[in-house]
Design a protein around this ligand. Structure first.
Ligand code: NQM
Length: 375
């Protein structure tokens, strides 16, 4: 399925081994990792197309679905189920409707989804005219060609999704020493995605470079990684060398009509757009007085703000609600994505990794879709 600007296979949790170690081996085989080209699997050789969604019926009262997201690093044997992915999240309800896990409610259908990665709840609304899921519509999101039916995601509580709080260092801004540059100011923040945000100009960049230019700049990448490793410790995340977070975000004043310009690294490759929860987190930094974005971002007035986050392939609008009693608190984030079912079927993996049956939560003889060994 495509979810927002990401793509990857979705599984019913019952079709995978319940043991997480075996499950991760199966996911690596499904995607063809470790291999930068993912030639022996379904992965698209880029972090944005090396993602897996695992869905099951909600396990708590008032929750319709549980979602577990897995980020597979193409060239490594690394399956990271710690951070969430707001793009893949957009395809969760369509997957559940397609596979009969949910029934449509009316012209639109709204469900509560629990993201197991981060322990967060969100509300997702999809279009179901005549109680049938529709992918067709007029909504365009930058980073995806054409238009499709809108999917609304309302995040209800995202602060400290992976870290110990919204501002995991306890500060709105920190100074970090970088060899060859000196002190660099950053904001370490997690409102759905752990991010280190810094001014592009502090690393000698305009912040308006193309993705190709930034990906071809080894000096920039080395500097960003040094900062990331240092900030990982400051954020209480320990050694983040083998972790896909925190992600790094360069900011600059808006180039167009937006609120801020961004170049996001996830964490070693520059994103063609920006992650959903990364956009929510950058937007949140923009509204916090005293953060690195103060004086860089251009924001509308009011307690409900649409923050337009510019990125290399357009912009991403996030609606943020600010607490009327505490202007430093964001109470809700809402945004629009689209998704599409691209194919359905069975993915085959070597039998030496898994026989396709043992250790499943629910055993079936002929899975309608899922993972199966091929020899
Ligand atoms: O931040 C990329 C993406 C993402 C994650 C990444 C995402 C999010 O664009 O919520 O969506 O940060 O690796 O899919």
């Amino acid at each position: 399925m495509r979810g927002g600007t990401s793509r990857g296979p979705f599984f019913n949790a019952n079709d995978l081994p319940s043991d997480p170690i075996l499950r991760d081996k199966v996911l690596l085989a499904v995607m063809g990792s470790p291999d930068a080209r993912q030639i022996d699997g379904l992965g698209g050789a880029n972090p944005l197309t090396s993602k897996v969604g695992i869905v099951s019926p909600g396990s708590a009262a008032g929750i319709d679905l549980d979602f577990l997201f897995a980020q597979i690093t193409p060239a490594k044997s690394l399956v990271d189920t710690t951070p969430n992915c707001g793009n893949m999240l957009a395809a969760v309800v369509p997957f559940a409707l397609e596979t009969g896990m949910l029934k449509a409610q009316g012209e639109t259908s709204t469900y509560r989804v629990f993201t197991q990665n981060t322990g967060m709840v969100c509300e997702i609304t999809v279009e179901t005219p005549g109680k049938s899921l529709s992918y067709e519509g007029n909504t365009h999101i930058d980073g995806v060609p054409g238009t499709a039916a809108p999917i609304t995601i309302n995040f209800l509580d995202t602060a400290g999704s992976v870290c110990r709080g919204l501002l995991p260092t306890g500060n709105l801004k920190d100074s970090v020493w970088l060899d060859g540059i000196g002190e660099i100011e950053v904001t370490c923040i997690d409102n759905g995605m752990p991010l280190v945000i810094l001014k592009a100009c502090d690393l000698g960049k305009s912040g308006y470079e193309t993705v190709t230019e930034l990906n071809a700049d080894p000096e920039l990448k080395t500097r960003l990684e040094s900062l990331r490793l240092a900030c990982g410790h400051l954020m209480g995340l320990g050694d983040v060398q083998d972790k896909t977070y925190p992600k790094m975000t360069l900011i600059a004043p808006p180039k167009g009509e937006g609120s801020i310009s961004t170049r996001s690294f996830i964490p070693h490759v520059c994103h063609d757009a920006i992650g959903v929860l990364a956009a929510v987190t950058v937007g949140t930094a923009c509204v916090l007085k005293g953060s690195i974005a103060e004086g860089v971002a251009n924001l509308p007035a009011g307690l409900v703000k649409t923050v337009s986050v510019e990125h290399p392939s357009g912009e991403f609008s996030v609606e943020l609600a600010i607490d009327s009693q505490d202007s430093q608190r964001v109470t809700r984030a809402a945004l629009i994505r689209t998704a599409r079912l691209i194919m359905q079927g069975t993915v085959l993996i070597p039998q030496s990794i898994w026989d396709g049956q043992s250790g499943k939560a629910v055993a079936t003889s002929t899975p309608k879709s899922g993972a199966q060994s091929d020899y």
